[in-house]
Design a protein around this ligand. Structure first.
Ligand code: GRF
Length: 199
C-alpha cells in the first residue's frame, strides 16, 4: 500500500508516521508528502527522510476544483492508495473525496463530535470539559464529520492552558495515528455505513 501525507505545518504527526514506517511498525511506504505551504516544516521532515515532497501552490489555481484535479493527477502518478491528512489546513471537496472514497483519513484534536473545526483544544478549555482527546476519522464532505475510526482520551486539569492540553493530546495523536494506519494497511478496518469496525 502506498501512502501520501498532506500537511501544512510543523509535521509532528508526519514525523511519527515516517518513524513508524521506517521501523516497520506500519508495513507500508510513505511515497509522497504534499503541502499547500511552501515553508511547512513537514516538507523539510520529508526531505530529511528522502520522501518525495511537493508544494502545490493553491494561488496558482482559479478554483478549488482545478487545485484538486492537479492533486488527483499527482496521486495517480504515484499510485497512492491511502491519503493521510496530518495538519492539512484546507477543506477537501467532493472532487477529491469522491475519487478516494474511504481512502482519506484525518486526525482531529478533540473527541468528535465535540469541538469541530479550528482551535479545538482552546474550544475545549473555554467550554470547561474535564476530558478531551483526539479522533482519527475517515474524511467525508463535511468538516470533521466522517466515520470515527479511533479516539484517545486525555484528562483536562484545572490549571491546563490550551497549549498544555495540545501537548497532552499530541502525545496521544502520535500513538493512535500510526496504530490506525497499521490496521488499515493490514485490512483490519472495515467500514459499514457510518460504523467502523476494527478487527
Ligand atoms: C494536530 O493537532 C492535528 O490533530 C491537527 O493539526 C495538528 C497538526 O500538528 N489536525 P502537526 O503538524 O502534525 O505537528
Amino acid at each position: 500500500m502506498k501512502i501520501a501525507v498532506f500537511a501544512s505545518g510543523r509535521g509532528s504527526n508526519l514525523q511519527a508516521l515516517i518513524d513508524a514506517s521506517a521501523s516497520g511498525f506500519i508495513p507500508a511506504e510513505i511515497k509522497l508528502v504534499i503541502s499547500d505551504n511552501k515553508n511547512a516544516v513537514a516538507l523539510k521532515r520529508a526531505e530529511a527522510a528522502r520522501i518525495e515532497n511537493i508544494f502545490i501552490d493553491p494561488d496558482k489555481f482559479n478554483t478549488k476544483r482545478e487545485y484538486e484535479k492537479d492533486l488527483i493527477e499527482l496521486l495517480k502518478e504515484y499510485k497512492i492508495d491511502l491519503i493521510v491528512l496530518a495538519g492539512f489546513m484546507r477543506i477537501l471537496t467532493p472532487t477529491l473525496i469522491n475519487q478516494y472514497k474511504n481512502k482519506i483519513i484525518n486526525i482531529h484534536p478533540s473527541l468528535l463530535p465535540a469541538f469541530k473545526g479550528l482551535n479545538a483544544q482552546k474550544q475545549a478549555i473555554d467550554y470547561g470539559v474535564k476530558y478531551s482527546g483526539c479522533t482519527v476519522h475517515f474524511v467525508d464532505a463535511g468538516v470533521d464529520t466522517g466515520p470515527i475510526i479511533e479516539q484517545a482520551v486525555v484528562k483536562v486539569d484545572d490549571s491546563d492552558s490550551a497549549e498544555d492540553l495540545s501537548k497532552k493530546i499530541l502525545k496521544e495523536e502520535h500513538r493512535i495515528y500510526p496504530e490506525v494506519i497499521r490496521d488499515i494497511v493490514n485490512n483490519k478496518i472495515i467500514i459499514e455505513d457510518r460504523k467502523v469496525i476494527r478487527k
